[in-house]
Design a protein. Structure first.
Length: 131
């Protein structure tokens, strides 16, 4: 039986993806006009795709490889991911959430939650699974 190797929490791929997500956040917050990022829904979509890719590399991919599905930090990651998806869905389908008043605020909240999710993955790796 072939075993799944545990991917690293810090890899060149993850670092590039985090840099791209940071660049998208910077561009949106500064109001720089770039054709692909000028539409708020497209910018949200790009940020969500980058976040899901980061999660598949260093988050849920690691959880699957180690089998720690019920670890408290894994559950925290699930809750953060679900919250991100609810906020993103509200932007895509134009429905209002109680604490989110604008698309730009939703963008910042999603980016902040993504950062917390990445920090959670780092903490899980460095505190519990480092061998």
């Amino acid at each position: 039986m072939k075993t799944i190797s545990e991917p690293s929490v810090i890899s060149p791929t993850i670092l590039v993806l985090v840099a791209l997500a940071g660049a998208v956040l910077f561009i949106i917050l500064k109001g720089i006009k770039i054709p692909l990022l000028s539409n708020p829904k497209t910018a949200h979509g790009i940020l969500i795709v980058l976040g899901m890719t980061i999660c598949s590399q260093g988050g849920i991919g690691r959880i699957a490889a180690t089998g720690n599905w019920t670890h408290p930090q894994a559950i925290l990651g699930y809750l953060l991911g679900a919250t991100i998806l609810v906020i993103a869905t509200s932007v895509f389908f134009n429905f209002k959430l109680p604490l989110v008043t604008s698309r730009q605020q939703a963008f910042v909240i999603v980016a902040a939650l993504m950062g917390v999710k990445v920090l959670n993955a780092f903490a899980h790796y460095y505190l519990f699974n480092r061998r």
